[in-house]
Design a protein around this ligand. Structure first.
Ligand SMILES: C[S@@+](CC[C@H](N)C(=O)[O-])C[C@H]1O[C@@H](n2cnc3c(N)ncnc32)[C@H](O)[C@@H]1O
Length: 237
């Protein structure tokens, strides 16, 4: 697909992304739904903040970048280097399971390539995330997926890069639909296979770090044919 807004981020993503190109994945979600300019948005599991910058600059959103593993001071410095002020974007160290915000703070949540770390808990969405979203607010999620769950007979190509425990973070659209549709307090749920796949993986596999090098083993062995991306859109009722 075409990613007109992500094009100008090709240089900026280098060394910043922590998985398949999250800027392109986020752009795809935002071709399907619109978050009005000026909305207060939580970028959950924002990593080193590249999607947070993208949301603030390209969509005029007021972004809180919340992440567990990255350093908020480094992210704040990155945001400033991109010409963004703390009024426009804030970095917070936070565990998705224990978010430090007041109830109904956010107009929307964007969660790119992170939800699979904490959202497989069937209670997560209702108990730990929805309370911070305004009623009627949007939640946009995308996760690396499997075309068909095959955890009982994992292909060697996937095992070339990942352990069965790591592969348990990756599931098919059916799995996510079953899990999320049981949540009370949501409406307008849509779970779908995204168009982004090969291209966003390729951007990641070109990165020069140990994680990308490790992931390449699965793709070199032909494992890409088992994988896709799953998009999940919903609103708080
Ligand atoms: C694969 S990285 C993706 C980061 C970023 N969205 C990107 O695409 O570059 C997964 C992110 O999930 C975050 N994460 C994992 N568990 C988390 C938790 N319990 N609370 C908040 N963030 C979490 C990590 O800190 C990490 O930055």
């Amino acid at each position: 697909m075409n990613y007109p807004k992500s094009k100008s981020y090709e240089g900026l993503i280098k060394g910043k992304i922590m998985g398949p190109n999250p800027v392109k994945l986020t752009e795809e979600l935002l071709t399907i739904v619109t978050i009005p300019k000026g909305s207060r948005v939580l970028d959950l599991g924002s990593g080193q903040g590249i999607t947070s910058v993208f949301l603030a600059k390209e969509y005029g959103l007021n972004v809180t970048a919340a992440d567990l593993w990255s350093d908020p001071a480094e992210n704040t410095a990155f945001f400033a280097s991109c010409g963004l002020t703390e009024k426009e974007i804030q970095a917070v160290k936070a565990d998705a399971a224990d978010l430090p915000f007041a109830e109904e703070t956010f107009d929307a949540v964007v969660c790119t390539d992170s939800y699979n770390y904490f959202g497989r808990d069937p209670d997560y969405l209702e108990k730990h995330l929805l309370p911070f979203v305004k009623h009627g607010g949007l939640v946009l999620i995308c996760v690396p997926g499997m075309k068909k769950d095959c955890h009982d007979y994992l292909p060697e190509a996937l095992l070339a890069a990942w352990t069965p425990e790591q592969l348990d973070y990756i599931h098919d659209a059916e799995y996510w639909k079953n899990l999320i549709s049981k949540t009370d307090g949501i409406t307008d749920l849509s779970v779908f296979v995204m168009e982004s796949n090969t291209e966003v993986w390729e951007d990641w596999l070109l990165e020069d770090n140990e994680y990308a090098k490790g992931d390449r083993k699965a793709f070199d062995a032909g494992g890409g044919k088992y994988l896709n991306f799953v998009g999940i859109l919903l609103k708080r009722a």
